[in-house]
Design a protein around this ligand. Structure first.
Ligand SMILES: Cc1cc2nc3c(=O)[nH]c(=O)nc-3n(C[C@H](O)[C@H](O)[C@H](O)COP(=O)(O)OP(=O)(O)OC[C@H]3O[C@@H](n4cnc5c(N)ncnc54)[C@H](O)[C@@H]3O)c2cc1C
Length: 436
């Protein structure tokens, strides 16, 4: 963690919670099991927990600690929406759109249920979320999108900004009734506690080096030993590309968040911000603004960054944070006195807008439910995959995202030049709408 001249503290972990102090042991030696889960994010933890609850002998291997990755770092929008503009999704996935929308809705309900069942105190507030436009052009597009989403079965409605309690910059938008806001650090730690209390064998600080199918079983290699499993679940998200066996075409992208000092709620009410619903803008690269249970404001994304060679712990770039703060001041001019206090970020995995799951090699399964929208989907997809491995028929929602071979977005489409171009398009459209 480092404090800098701009007065912010930059963290290479999350700002939502502290690291646990009770690490599970690292794996040493040889272990046998029914299923080995690689990666202890929401996907991996939910999968391992479900398998343990269903009586399987399950081992989970995590390079850091469970919840180290995106799962504890995200912005905390438990959303029933998929990534990607609905018009684009309809173009690309017309026949599957209804199934995908149902999958998204069920994901949010499932994760709400999981939080309740495990009694995880993660400050969950079922406010729904709103995609709010900041220009007349965005508003037009949102009106069209709300029709597409409703036709496909989504529980959404168009709302006017002032009526809905949004600050003046946000003219109105699509209110997604399902889901809400939470503290993802607490959610990840709560799920970790449930997993550690289960019969699953958890090994932390255990980075998997290779996953090798070997006849009827699979060998998982770690620095201090090996796991012999009948089947393996890869739940490595953006880090998937570091494993030779993982499906290709999963592109890691870095995304950053900033949190301010606490703000008096009366000052927010004075600018018309009475709603507690999380706000997302429909820019090419979205912006998000939300209030937190600790009285602060959190904002992020706006500028995505391509991955260098090695993905590791890192702090957000100062230039990206400065741009996020500029965006906050543009959207909330009367809150310019509010000091940003800290910044962090994390790796998301990009595919072709959709979450994906499948069997990448004999007995080696995977699930990547991200594109920056995996908070609700990850526990669901992990659980559905576990049920399939436990012998159930494939669930319709898992079928909706099942991909035997991965025809995802080519990684050049998400390289540094494209991401910079996306940011530039957004700034030009902001400038044009201000000039109107
Ligand atoms: C800054 C940020 C903001 C976001 N905001 C939102 C949001 O508001 N709403 C939303 O829905 N989604 C959001 N997301 C996305 C969401 O957090 C992810 O989709 C979700 O957490 C993915 O869960 P996961 O289990 O797949 O991955 P992760 O949580 O990344 O877990 C993967 C785990 O695998 C481990 N691992 C990787 N390789 C190995 C290996 N070789 N051996 C052992 N372990 C390994 C990693 O250490 C990591 O703990 C955001 C993401 C970020 C980074």
């Amino acid at each position: 963690m480092s404090a800098t001249a701009d007065g912010l503290t930059y963290s290479a972990f999350t700002g939502w919670s502290d690291r646990p102090t009770d690490f599970a042991p690292a794996l040493k030696g040889e272990v046998q099991c029914d299923v080995a889960v690689v990666g202890g994010g929401l996907v991996g933890m939910a999968s391992a927990l479900r398998l343990a609850e269903r009586g399987a002998d399950v081992v989970l291997l995590e390079a850091g600690h469970c919840g180290w990755g995106a799962s504890s770092r995200n912005a905390g929008y438990l959303s029933n929406a998929l990534a990607g503009d609905p018009q684009l999704l309809r173009l690309l996935y017309r026949r599957r759109l209804r199934d995908l929308i149902r999958y998204g809705e069920n994901s949010a309900h499932f994760t709400e249920g999981l939080i309740e069942r495990l009694a995880i105190d993660c400050e969950y507030d079922p406010t729904g979320n709103v995609i709010a436009g900041v220009s007349a052009g965005q508003l037009q597009r949102l009106k069209k999108n709300v029709r597409i989403l409703r036709d496909a079965g989504a529980d959404v409605e168009f709302v006017e900004g002032p009526d809905f309690g949004l600050p003046g910059t946000f003219l109105g938008g699509i209110f997604e009734r399902g889901g809400g806001l939470l503290n993802p650090g607490k959610l990840a730690l709560g799920l970790r506690d449930a997993l550690l209390a289960s019969s699953a064998k958890v090994f932390e600080r255990t980075a998997v080096q290779a996953v090798e199918p070997d006849g009827a079983s699979v060998v998982v290699r770690v620095p201090g030993g090996r796991v012999h499993a009948e089947r393996v679940v890869l739940a490595t998200n953006a880090h998937s590309r570091d494993l030779e066996i993982a499906p290709s075409g999963i592109t890691p992208i870095w995304t950053s968040l900033v949190e301010t000092e606490p703000v008096d709620p009366d000052r927010l009410a004075a600018i018309g911000w009475t709603s507690r619903t999380g706000i997302i803008t429909p820019h090419t690269i979205l912006e998000n603004y939300r209030r937190t249970a600790r009285g602060t404001i959190m904002f992020g994304t706006r500028r995505l960054q391509a991955a260098p060679g090695v993905l590791g712990a890192r702090e957000p770039d100062r230039t990206v944070v400065a741009d996020l703060v500029r965006g906050f001041h543009e959207r909330f001019p009367s809150l310019s006195y509010v000091a940003p206090q800290r910044a962090w970020g994390g790796w998301v995995a990009m595919t072709s807008f959709l979450p994906v799951a499948g069997e990448v090699a004999k007995n080696v399964f995977y699930a990547v439910s991200c594109n920056g929208h995996g908070l609700a989907q990850s526990p669901y997809i992990g659980t559905l995959l576990a049920d399939r491995l436990a012998g159930d028929e494939i669930h319709d929602d898992l079928r909706a995202i099942w991909r035997p071979r991965p025809p995802y977005m080519p990684s050049f489409a998400l390289g540094a030049p494209t991401l910079k171009a996306g940011w530039a398009v957004d700034r030009i459209s902001d400038r044009l709408s201000r000039g109107r």
